[in-house]
Ligand binder design. Sequence first.
Ligand code: SF4
Length: 430
Amino acid sequence: MIEKYYLWTVGCQMNRADSEKLAAGFTRLEMSETQDMQEADIVVLNTCSVRQHAEDRAYSQLGRVRQLKEKRPELKVAVMGCMVGLRTDDLRKRFPQVDVFARPQEFGPIMELVEGPAEDLGGEFWPSTYAVPDGPTAFVPVVHGCNKFCTYCIVPYRRGREKSRPLADVVRECAYLAAQGVREVTLLGQTVEAYGHDLPEQPDLGDLMRELQALEGIARIRFLTSYPRDMTGRILEAVAGLPRVMESFSLPVQSGSDAVLESMRRGYSRQEFVDKIAEVRTLMPAAGITTDVIVGYPGESDADFQQSFDLLEELRFDKVHVAAYSPRPGTIAWRTMEDDIPAETKAERLHRVEELESRISQEINNSYLGSVQPVLIEGIKGDQPFGRTETGKLVHLESPARVGSIVDVSIDHAGPWALRGTAVNALQLA
Ligand code: SF4
């Protein structure tokens, strides 16, 4: 009898959304979650292979599971997520303790392991099963997969090609979430602006936002992750024109060097990226924009790196997620490029970007001092409420506020990673 499940998740928001959906499927079978692997009847590891560190963590979980399964052979074990490719023979040989391997969004084999053959075991987007929200914010996947094949990235091989969810299905889920008290939905896609290209009516992300804007109860709509070439003027106009859509962008640049961008097959030049940011800021001067950068990519010269550094200094992002390149098995870069930048050089470049990032984030956050920002309260840590501004800045409150309310906060302290302030209209709703 399978009653208790232990669900371990690493990786991006899409993985978290997959885990929440799987948990909803388990809950429907009246199973309950345990935080203690020892107590579980089934262990599910939802894995990520974007960085070596995330894979290493999964291997260490698999080690724990092996010991447990030796003691309790009836324990069921499933591994899902980006570590699972099309062919699983290798994984099966390496990890015989695992009963089922499932690719991202492939809920069927896991549900079958739990309940045996059944009519509704999942399917793409599993439209009959919505994740149960655990707070006022929720992630809603709208497009799976990616068609871009950047040379360093494993995602297209693991999550497959872009596949959009029918618009009506997304609207139904958001209406359900609103009825459960959710105030903010984040529309998810590996390249979220690719939404709709493959649907018969070809709606775009802007069309979806317009539909969601009309939903009662949803006060904020966010979206990530953006891909510069898919971000059309039409979508940007929707973001700028719809008051409930937050002017907050996650727009990875990855490098400021044309040579490296080409080697990464990012599909745009440095200038095209600069123009895209200018387009966003012309329409929405106060928009919050974060980016991602990889340093130490194969062949990245000092001059290439300097171009990335200069670009970050010029464009002044709210936050920069910087990573040192590490080859991911199965990618084009892993197959065809030598990882030729010494570890010390990568570390030094990483450090320089982190220092720059911290200075610029601090300067941008200082500009919030003395202003009043509407903040959606997402939770309470200790006795301190926290939430986010429309532009996505984390704010800690020094006065009480109700989770799920939107409170005007007077900002009186700014650090590089967060703001602090006092509610000027505490306990106000909406
Ligand atoms: S756009 Fe490139 S980096 Fe992003 S998911 Fe697709 S292949 Fe990966």
